[in-house]
Write a protein that binds this ligand. Structure first.
Ligand SMILES: [Zn+2]
Length: 685
């Protein structure tokens, strides 16, 4: 019996043999791959040759590729197409993989060689990328506990194992609550106010769940947000909102309250082992922001003016009163009345906009922008089957031939986690050590769009289209990567830099010439009318106070909960409530990223004390896009060349502040971000 995970992958581009793979293949493959990796490391650490960059750092960068291949496949499947069997393997493997990581990054003999090289880094003839790779690896070891005393090291490893278990459980609990919930709409009364596209998506979701005649609202964002926006049934909106915002907060097996509390306690202990007073301090020490003070000061620049936007709520209340409603605006009312005010004030009707945003045309728009900026093309490879029939596969071609493979997985389904994300099956690098040549990146974009009915197109909202562009920007960061060493490839950058390529790419969606070319009516093919573009443009700051407050509240709570220096047990629900009260979050706004289901913070550690990174990167993207505005052309070739070289293809081979400076000719300023959010202008009444 051969394990297809361990056999050579001979399919196109070295893609995994998806059809042959079963959940039960993974444990044995992981064991073999971890053994393999440790063998490689032991061998290079035991070398009798003096350490050099080539025999130590480059060799370490090349080690463990089998484990990476298996892990990348595994985590992509558990995110996009999971099953109870895969989830069980995930729970079993999480602590073992964490233990493996600790063993690798505290390998004393290997660290001694890397440490010795770092001591001599100025005298061993390194090029800038090599120097950066050495620094990053050295820091990886230090942050994994390589410098701790043996007993502390053992405790650190135990913490990491337990955190891996807990973060796995946290994500699985959220998915359990999401797939458990369905709001079944029966008859016309339950559908009141819902435009055709929301009904179609709800009917499609019902069919997928075996409910023949009916409509179902799920907790997928592309279901819940339109439902809250259009449903005239206040009672159903409230039920949907409460279900959405109480994920992870139900007694029983999927309760995340204790899980989050234990994660927080262990993170604090981890930070203390490293000599930091709080987890936030530890996490921020390896970012562009560096300190809590820098993060808080940025968040407050938007929090204060956004919270002062009382005019938004006043307009909603006035409208609600004119509809004969009394009482306060509640969080489940906000989107509903905001949409009405938007229609009234800007003559903009979401249901009238969507026909111009069919998914296929928006995908073409993203590809076309990439072609015009970076000279690459996307060629459909419908002959390549992957893990689900809805996934489209594209070969990505540059001037000199293929540069990678792109998988586009756009639809929501019960086996996929919520949200939208980019990930990789393989990272770009040239340090492959074999004759096969450079490793080409295999990148996947996941979205959760509600699929159109059979035979009908999937129509996106402007928000959905922006998400598509956002993830595609991350995808380009992986696909355009042009570095030698895998450690600094593509999106392996500091976390407050990683949202720059994605958020920057969103700007091209708003360019009138892009819309004229690609936003075409799904039935007539007519381009979007100028008047509609103009109305979209005029409405761009509408409701930005609400959006900013909601986002900043989540980021401030994240920072506060990770800034705790007390190891007293925490009640996360009470902490969150008190913190929002202290901040003065308007009751009508409400947060939809509650701590009990905040996957950014607790399904892994990469955004813990890091939800601020979107705003940090927004300072860079708003300022960065102005380079094209100043050049007078959104596709200006000279600016695009600098953008490709210093931002999209340099990975982590250049310090991010330097990379931005090289692209822009100066450091970023926050004014363009504030302008973009409508927070610098006088309040419209
Ligand atoms: Zn992103």
């Amino acid at each position: 019996m051969t394990n297809p995970l361990l056999a050579p992958w001979t399919g196109p581009y070295g893609l995994p043999p998806f059809a042959d793979i079963r959940a039960e293949h993974f444990p044995a493959a992981f064991s073999a791959a971890m053994r393999d990796h440790l063998g490689e490391i032991d061998a290079l650490a035991a070398s009798s040759e003096a350490p050099t960059f080539a025999n130590t750092v480059a060799a370490f960068d090349r080690a463990g590729r089998l484990l990476e291949r298996v892990s990348a496949l595994f985590y992509n499947l558990t995110s996009s197409e999971t099953s109870p069997a895969l989830q069980a393997v995930q729970r079993e493997m999480a602590p073992l993989l964490a233990a493996h990581d600790s063993r690798v990054f505290t390998h004393a003999a290997l660290f001694a060689r890397i440490d010795a090289l770092r001591e001599r880094r100025d005298r061993i003839g390194l090029d800038p990328e090599q120097r950066r790779v050495l620094e990053r690896f050295h820091l990886d070891f230090v942050r994994a506990g390589a410098r701790l005393a043996p007993t502390e090291q053992a405790r650190h490893a135990a913490i990491m194992r337990r955190l891996a278990e807990l973060t796995t459980r946290f994500g699985q609990n959220v998915l359990a609550d999401e797939s458990e919930f369905r709001l079944v709409l029966e008859g016309e009364a339950d559908l009141a106010g819902l435009p055709a596209f929301v009904r179609a998506a709800a009917q499609q979701a019902a069919r997928e769940r075996g409910i023949a005649a009916g409509a179902v609202i799920t907790l997928s964002r592309s279901h819940i947000v339109p439902f809250l926006t259009f449903s005239e049934r206040r009672d159903l909106r409230e039920a949907a909102w409460r279900a959405w915002t109480s994920r992870g907060e139900h007694d029983g097996a999927s309760d995340n309250r204790g899980v989050a509390a234990e994660i927080l306690r262990l993170r604090l202990e981890q930070a203390r082992l490293h000599g930091y007073a709080s987890y936030a301090d530890f996490a921020l020490s390896d970012t562009m922001a560096r300190s809590q003070a820098a993060v808080t000061s940025l968040l407050e620049q938007v929090w204060r003016p956004a919270r002062a936007r009382d005019d938004e709520r006043a307009a909603l209340e006035a409208l609600a009163r004119s509809h004969g409603e009394s009482g306060e605006i509640e969080p489940w009312d906000w989107r509903f009345y905001a949409e009405k005010v938007r229609q009234e004030r800007y003559d903009l009707d979401e249901a009238a906009v969507k026909p111009y945003f069919p998914l296929e045309r928006m995908v073409d728009a993203a590809f076309d922008c990439a072609a015009r900026l970076f000279g690459i093309s996307f060629v459909a490879r419908d002959d390549i089957a992957v893990y689900h029939c809805d996934v489209r596969v594209y070969e990505v071609r540059g001037a000199a031939g293929p540069i990678g493979l792109f998988l586009h997985d756009n639809f929501a389904r019960p086996t996929k986690r919520s949200g939208a994300w980019m990930s990789s099956y393989r990272l770009q690098s040239r340090n492959t050590g074999d004759d096969a040549g450079p490793a080409l990146p295999i990148v996947v974009n996941n979205n959760n769009f509600a699929k159109g009915a059979p035979g009908a197109p999937t129509l996106l909202s402007v928000d959905d289209a922006r998400t598509l562009f956002h993830e595609f920007g991350h995808g380009l960061h992986g696909l355009l990567s042009n570095v030698t060493y895998e450690r600094v490839s593509g999106t392996s950058v500091l976390r407050d830099f990683v949202e720059l390529p994605s958020q920057l790419f969103e700007h091209w969606l708003e360019e009138p010439e892009v819309l004229k070319r690609h936003a075409r009516h799904h039935e007539t093919g007519e381009p979007i009318p100028d008047a509609l573009i103009e109305r979209l443009h005029r409405a761009r700051h509408f409701n930005q106070g609400y959006e900013t407050v909601r986002y900043a509240a989540s980021a401030l709570v994240d920072m506060a909960v990770h800034a705790r220096t007390s190891s007293e047990p925490i009640d996360v629900v009470a902490f969150e409530r008190a913190e929002l009260e202290r901040l003065g979050l308007p009751a009508a706004v409400g947060v939809n990223h509650r701590l009990v289901h905040f996957q950014h913070l607790f399904s892994g550690s990469s955004y813990a004390a890091g939800y601020y990174v979107y705003l940090w990167a927004e300072v860079l993207d708003a300022d960065g896009f102005d380079a094209f505005v100043e050049a007078g052309d959104p596709f200006d070739p000279a600016v695009a060349r600098r953008l490709a070289r210093f931002i999209y293809s340099s990975g982590n081979s250049i310090e991010p502040g330097e990379a931005y400076h090289a692209f822009r000719g100066r450091a970023a300023t926050p004014e363009p971000m504030l302008r973009q959010r409508g927070l610098l202008e006088p309040v419209e009444r």
